[in-house]
Design a protein around this ligand. Structure first.
Ligand SMILES: O=C(O)[C@H](O)CO
Length: 401
């Protein structure tokens, strides 16, 4: 038997790697001799850096950057493993066969939230007029300093609404007012912008491929745009939403006039307060499905060749899972590598509409919580519950093996 184990993290409970270990522990009680291919996964959101570093034998790096309120913080990003690093990681853990495929050299992985996330503000400090993505640009710069010429950046979970202007400024772009002075950082001041000067943009950006893993497909502006949809959760009042939306529309018009690029309506441009738009305007980037970027980077399809079953999972699974969440992306990649593979998903919470997933590549979904318990209990027992659920599925598989 060959099993591929490719879960996402179970939020507030287990990292993707811990979830994968729990599934393996459960399966191994029934199939101790099976081949286990461990592929901790993510979809571009929280946990993406750790998952890709784990899966490729890469390393975590740290940089001192500015948080959304321009206070100094230490943020973490990742550098993916080269083939040699990956092989070394595989031999350090002989039972882990996941880290053996080469990944392109000099690839870094960044979660924008590590520098500019909503966790840096609270009820009394959240204010999307002044928050900035400057720290995200500093993280990109740190990755360039490490030699990265391919950067995977997960965007979402931000405290910001500045269209990525702060990010671009940290990379050398100047945003100037009518007197030629730099405008203040934050989405509330973009209406003062008159000139975008890209002459100081870090030249390494032109040689760097940036893959944007966006958590949403919203446009930059309008009723479905960054400010209207995500502004309120960052502290925007209705008046602030109007001001921020008008500012982003104006910013997009200046980008269009001066750089010749239309970013106002591109799907995903509104992610992370318009950071999607900023990355598209100022870097050589493309917007992709997060889970596709991750599954390609870890070579999930190739790892699924010859496997009997692929196990995936996430904290919650419901009908929304089909719209690009990890279990669906895993099912697609696994089937690409092996059309006959069985795909089984585990979830802490099974929501409505999972029947919609069955025709789409997921063969069965199992909730892991054994009975009515408090959330605290369910989280505390998560690894044990996941292992038990996996063991029971293994017993079923053994009946037919
Ligand atoms: O950061 C945000 O604005 C939301 O997560 C959508 O990307």
């Amino acid at each position: 038997m060959k099993f591929v184990i490719a879960p996402d993290s179970f939020k507030n409970c287990m990292t993707a790697r811990e979830a994968a270990e729990a599934i393996r522990a459960g399966l191994a009680t029934v199939f101790p001799e099976a081949e286990y291919v461990m592929v901790p996964m993510a979809d571009g959101g929280e946990g993406t850096v750790q998952s890709l570093v784990d899966a490729t034998g890469g390393s975590l790096r740290h940089a001192d950057v500015l948080d959304p309120l321009q206070r100094s913080v230490r943020a973490t990003y990742g550098v993916l493993g080269s083939a040699a690093d990956a092989a070394a990681a595989a031999s350090a853990d002989a039972t882990d066969t996941a880290a053996a495929d080469p990944v392109p050299a000099h690839t870094a992985v960044i979660e924008m939230a590590a520098a500019s996330g909503i966790q840096f503000v609270d009820e009394s400090t959240k204010n999307p007029l002044i928050t900035t993505t400057y720290g995200t640009g500093q993280l990109i710069r740190a990755a360039l300093d490490d030699g990265a010429r391919r950067i995977i950046i997960g965007i979402g979970g931000s405290a910001t609404n500045d269209g990525g202007a702060g990010m671009a400024e940290a990379l050398g772009v100047r945003f100037l007012d009518a007197d030629g002075n730099p405008i203040p950082r934050g989405g509330g001041f973009l209406n003062r912008l008159v000139t975008i000067d890209t002459s100081g943009l870090d030249p390494r950006i032109a040689e760097t491929e940036i893959l944007i893993a966006s958590d949403v497909t919203n446009p930059l502006v309008g009723p479905k745009g960054a400010s209207a949809v995500f502004g309120p959760q960052k502290g925007a009042t209705p008046d602030m939403v109007r001001r921020l939306d008008a500012n982003l529309a104006y910013y997009a018009a200046i980008i269009s006039d001066q750089l010749g690029l239309d970013v106002a309506h591109t799907p995903g441009a509104g992610a992370a307060g318009g950071l999607g738009a900023g990355l598209l305007a100022f870097t050589k980037s493309q917007m992709r499905s997060g889970v596709k970027i991750v599954s390609e980077t870890v070579g999930l399809a190739a790892k699924s060749e010859g496997a009997d079953y692929c196990f995936t999972g996430e904290g919650g699974i419901d009908f929304q899972t089909q719209y690009g969440k990890t279990p669906m992306g895993v099912a697609q990649a696994a089937h690409q590598g092996n059309p006959d593979i069985g795909v089984i998903a585990f979830a802490g919470c099974v929501g409505e509409g999972i029947d919609q997933l069955y025709g789409l590549g997921i063969d069965a979904v199992f909730g892991i919580v054994p009975g009515a318990v408090t959330l605290d209990r369910a989280l505390a027992d998560g690894p044990a519950n996941l292992a038990r659920a996996a063991e029971n599925v293994a017993r079923l598989i053994a009946l037919r093996a």
